[in-house]
Design a protein around this ligand. Structure first.
Ligand SMILES: N[C@@H](CCC(=O)N[C@@H](CS)C(=O)NCC(=O)O)C(=O)O
Length: 203
């Protein structure tokens, strides 16, 4: 049994979806309801995963921890495929996620509306370049790692939903849209959204 500290709709959605795909039970705690979250993760960011006596932070490290611990099709065991899966997780976590994080930062910290829109547009341009890389990688495969969803597909799907919060044009290719739709139709993804929804209606 795991405990996951989450924030609704945040990157922690991907952690929860993957735990469910791995058949693991998870208790979720909404950090918006906590006043002392920084004592749990001094960075103040989700996801945080408690596994027995270990408290893990950093989304990519958590992802690799659970994928290594529980065998599944999400994380292939042949050397080349596994290397690709790790690279895709890192691309999602360290390239795409920070590109979207800039939108949140600019929207919050820039007051001049014209400057805000210009910088949001620049940030969106970077995001679109990254989605083009994803589209290219999907030219021969339904998912990043092949015919079945990988952890990186799930992570990218979570981030893809953030664009709607901002007045920018996020351009996502056709094959990528098919991948994102397929991931959002996974029972584990639907269950995760429902679990977060259920928590917020009781808060
Ligand atoms: N480097 C961290 C960053 C995670 C991150 O940015 N999480 C966001 C939600 S998607 C968050 O909790 N932001 C709140 C904050 O940083 O105060 C990781 O990869 O886990």
């Amino acid at each position: 049994m795991y405990t996951l500290y989450y924030s609704k709709g945040a990157c922690s959605v991907a952690t929860q979806v993957v735990l469910r795909e791995l058949g693991q039970e998870v208790t979720i705690i909404d950090v918006q309801q906590l006043s002392n979250f920084k004592t749990i993760n001094p960075v103040g960011a989700v996801p945080v995963l408690v596994d027995g006596d270990k408290t893990l932070t950093e989304g990519a490290a958590i992802m690799l921890h659970i994928l290594n611990k529980h065998n599944s099709a999400l994380f292939p065991d042949t050397e080349n495929d596994r290397q690709q899966a790790i690279q895709d997780i890192m691309f999602a976590n360290a390239s795409m996620h920070p590109a979207y994080s800039k939108l949140f930062f600019l929207a919050e910290h820039i007051n001049d509306e014209k400057v805000k829109q210009e910088t949001l547009n620049s940030a969106a341009k970077t995001i679109n370049q990254l989605w083009q890389i994803v589209e290219n990688q999907l030219s021969n495969n339904k998912f990043l790692g092949g015919s079945a969803p990988s952890a990186a597909d799930i992570m990218l799907t979570v981030y893809s939903r953030w664009g709607a919060y901002f007045p920018v044009d996020i351009i996502i290719g056709e094959k990528t849209i098919m991948m994102l739709n397929a991931v959002q139709a996974m029972p584990s993804f639907i269950k995760t959204d429902q679990a977060e929804q259920a928590m917020s209606s009781t808060e």
